[in-house]
Design a protein around this ligand. Structure first.
Ligand SMILES: *Cc1c(COP(=O)(O)O)cnc(C)c1O
Length: 366
């Protein structure tokens, strides 16, 4: 049996008729950018999260860099972020000229809250919290630190649509929550998309103006902005997906419950969930010190896997200028050598999942 790491076609097939009807409706409407679909999606997604405002943007990366731009965080400023994140989190900081200050992750692969305070300097302006792999970060101590030092709190929720900490959804803990709707995300569009959410009226208004060439009124430009608009087609299709997000998340929880129960191999370490946090299981990430052998073994059984992420941002070519050689972040670097995401997607059958579980349990080691 051939099993791919992800199957976005399954997520389409589940609600195919709804998607097709909605797409035709938009195509026939004659209105394609910034219209009723975007407005409705923004209202519905803000409502889902319990946020006051949502502003649709063109991508998750745009949400991140526009967030820092609107907060006026740039050259000479430092932003604290975990070392083991997708590189887009870091680019959101550095596009504005600010400097990322990396903190090692905890056992749940999110920022280790107990290691943040020692990294705060007089240049620190914000903490960027990434809810990696779908699990909410340890928000109570992080929010307390942000308050204590007067820092902005920004959340990268590109992998955590609907994940909670102490019953509150990610995205609304700080000043701005940044979301991506890239097709493979838990709330995925059929192309690129993103959004910021906020409870602050001024921030929402500033982002709304910024995303559209800095203009509130056509041809009257208040600031030098960007063209970063969620389009009507994506917004319309996202409304369909959002109406099913609770059941889609429940399905991922069920699948990952099966993995947690079914995988029993001392060579494979399973993920854990922090007390008080929930995960929407963007990825099911295991650890294995013999990862290369495990990948090869699974490939022979036609089971595909992905590494999220093989090169931590500080070791990537793009960030050589930060001058952080191997050894700078040992926990992060070790994770990059050991983590492996096994197949997980909405619409995964029991037969497919049992095949993966049996293969993992039979892995003999290198
Ligand atoms: C996907 C992702 C992004 C970037 O989102 P895009 O829509 O692809 O620009 C940012 N941060 C994290 C953690 C992501 O997983």
């Amino acid at each position: 049996m051939k099993i791919m790491p992800n199957r976005m076609d399954r997520g389409f097939e589940m609600f195919q008729q709804e998607f097709e009807e909605k797409a035709l409706e938009v195509l026939r409407s004659g209105w394609y950018v910034l219209g009723n679909e975007v407005r409705s999606f923004e209202e519905e997604f803000a409502g889902y999260l319990g946020a006051k405002h949502c502003v649709g943007l063109a991508s998750g990366l745009d949400a991140l860099w526009i967030a820092f731009r609107i907060l006026n965080i740039g050259e000479g400023d430092e932003v604290i972020v975990q070392g083991n994140t997708y590189i887009a989190s870091v680019m959101g900081i550095t596009i504005n000229g600010a400097t990322p200050v990396f903190v090692e992750p905890d056992e749940f692969y999110n920022i280790d809250a107990s290691k943040i305070e020692e990294k705060i300097t007089e240049r620190t302006k914000a903490i960027l919290v990434v809810h990696l792999y779908g699990q909410a970060s340890n928000m109570a101590p992080i929010a307390a630190l942000a308050r204590k030092y007067g820092l902005r709190l920004v959340e990268d929720c590109a992998q955590s649509h609907g994940a909670c900490f102490d019953g509150q959804m990610t995205g609304v803990f700080g000043d701005i929550g940044c979301f991506s709707f890239y097709p493979s995300k838990n709330l995925g569009a059929f192309g690129d998309g993103g959004a910021i959410v906020t409870n602050d009226d001024k921030i929402a208004e500033d982002v709304r103006v910024f995303r559209n060439y800095g203009s509130e009124k056509r041809y009257y430009n208040k600031v030098v902005g960007a063209n970063s608009r969620l389009d009507e087609l994506q917004a319309a299709l996202l409304r369909v997906r959002l109406s099913h997000l609770k059941e889609l998340t429940q399905e991922r929880e069920r699948l990952c419950g099966n993995y947690l129960q079914g995988i029993e191999n001392p060579l494979i370490r399973l993920p854990g969930i922090r007390e008080g946090a929930t995960s929407v299981w963007h990825q099911f990430v295991v650890r294995c010190t013999e990862r290369e052998a495990l990948i090869k073994y699974l490939n022979e059984k036609e089971i595909g896997t992905i590494i999220h992420y093989p090169i931590p941002p500080h070791l990537s070519e793009a960030y050589q200028y930060l001058g952080m050689p191997r050894g700078s972040l040992p926990v992060t670097e070790r994770l990059a050598d050991e983590v492996l995401s096994i197949p997980l997607y909405n619409g995964m059958t029991d037969e497919e999942q049992d095949y993966v579980i049996q293969a993992l349990n039979a892995f003999p080691g290198a």
